[in-house]
Design a protein around this ligand. Sequence first.
Ligand code: TRP
Length: 375
Amino acid sequence: MGKIILTGDRPTGRLHLGHYVGSLRRRVELQNSGEFERIFIMIADAQALTDNADNPEKVRQNIVEVALDYLSAGLDPARSTLFIQSQVPELCELAFYYMNLVTVQRLQRNPTVKAEITLRGFAEGAAEGDTTQRQGIPVGFFTYPISQASDITAFKATTVPAGEDQEPMIEQTREIVHKFNSVYGQTLVEPEILLPDNAACMRLPGTDGKAKMSKSLGNCIYLSDTAEEVRKKVMGMYTDPDHLRVEDPGKVEGNTVFTYLDAFCLPEHFGRYLPEYASLDELKAHYRRGGLGDVKVKRLLIAVLNETLDPIRARRREYENRIGEVYEILRAGSEKARATAAETLREVRRAMKIDYFDDRELIEEQARHYAAKGE
Ligand code: TRP
């Protein structure tokens, strides 16, 4: 069997550079490598609703935003199936059966879920009058790792290109697969995560230098930002707070501008934008020695980012003028995804012995049994 990709994103906002270097850029490369038999890219609206139950309009609006980000980044509907999670109800059915194979205690240990519970203010026992804490943890949110295992296994995915924060989900999926196969017989495929191959891409910091690019922190550069927005955001970016004068030696580690260069800069960019340096290492060495100002490094980053984003912007404009077609791509993709998931579900039902009406042998056996009783 060939290799199969499944991955996706929650439609809670436009995708940003963190998504791009963390997973999206790699998906496009994998798509174009021809190494994969099938590729499924999912807009995880049902998962987005697990912590946005009271805001369906946000999820609905962001479906087309995420689809535009996918298409403009280079995902090609002829080679990758783009679909919407909620339109494949087989995924819910599968999750319902997996729930029997996972304990509450195991879910409570999932580090991503744990971190998100704190982040979302779902923590229990909020002090009275503290309106910042929501009341308790929604069951659907708590169990979303199980639903994610369904997303992956319904397509028999071998490979999940995703960021580091998804590692606990893939681990939990592998456990579910292992358990399912050992209880019901070999049916499902254990997936592997494909992480970004460099530290800067693994966790791209926000423009403020904070650990993660995140909409709620207001520190994002979006794929759909204009060249002018990118310029402004880079000019305001966090660098080395102790690098006050150009002559001062500067720190490269923890300096956001250099982290972004690690994620985006290619050797050929120097020839185009900063020919007095041969490589990023040379530029870093100069910064460390002193005598290199932040503005010069920022100008390089602006050029590199805008060169990366220009073709993405151009494709986005094309698709923005054909929104009906974008929805049609998602509709056709969802139909195709549904057919694949339905096939896996047939195998799952057979393995779980709940395929009563397709089981001729069962019916005949029962008929014999009850006939013998009457004799
Ligand atoms: N949890 C992922 C995110 O927050 C989205 C997602 C849902 C996903 N199902 C998936 C990712 C399956 C990979 C595989 O971005």
